[in-house]
Design a protein around this ligand. Sequence first.
Ligand SMILES: Nc1ncnc2c1ncn2[C@@H]1O[C@H](COP(=O)(O)OP(=O)(O)OP(=O)(O)O)[C@@H](O)[C@H]1O
Ligand SMILES: [Mg+2]
Length: 243
Amino acid sequence: MSDPRLAVIEKRFEKVGKIIAVSSGKGGVGKSIVATSLALDLKNRGHKVGLLDLDFTSPSTHVILGVEGLYPEEEQGIIPPETHGLKYMSITHYSLDEPAPLRGEDVSNAIIELLAITRWEELDYLIIDMPPGIGDATLDTIRFMPRLQFLVITTPSKVAYQSVKRLLLLLIDLDISIIGVIENMVMKPGDFIKSEVKKLGVPYLISIKFDIELEDTIGITKKLIETSFYYKIKKIVKKYLED
Ligand SMILES: Nc1ncnc2c1ncn2[C@@H]1O[C@H](COP(=O)(O)OP(=O)(O)OP(=O)(O)O)[C@@H](O)[C@H]1O
Ligand SMILES: [Mg+2]
């Protein structure tokens, strides 16, 4: 019954400590910038960190990091190239900025293939920038990745939260570990998300304000780490991700 690829993938993650999926039921809520910032801060705190961009249809962590032209080495699998002190895998190592010629089942297969061939070796943390929504890409990642813990991002919007709630209910139903919910891009204080999340018995971690400086830091991590946004990221790392 079990897929033979499961065992291969499990072996690839054998020496990886925490595996954290940054996810949301909704697009455009800040998953990629949160995932990238978490990886950078964990690395700055002395941990061995990998960053995996699993958003094959619109990868963006490379834009936030400001990197291009990275090529993985191939040797009994593929070795993630290093950048910013992170082991870093993204579909853009192969496709650059061309539209990924993948759809539906192809995306699933490509994700599973990447999980099966990437040699992460020893890591304290692997941060995964997940594709938006709860489509096949998310479901396959849940199915094939061992020991996944979810960090779920929402905005204060009731519309966004409807989709985020569906993801949370799915994770609860599948008995997947949820570290908690981050409320991002907050412009006006309010309790809606906090109380909704509590009703589901999920931890509400932090609220991050909309930071008008953030856009100017895209591609320049030296500037990113000086923002109020990143200050909140550091709090999350200290309080919820380090033991
Ligand atoms: N707290 C914030 N303040 C201001 N801008 C923000 C904040 N969080 C994210 N952004 C901006 O919002 C945009 C979307 O962020 P990001 O790409 O990380 O979202 P995403 O959820 O990964 O989107 P997608 O679903 O397309 O993958 C980016 O331009 C980012 O800089
Ligand atoms: Mg993204």
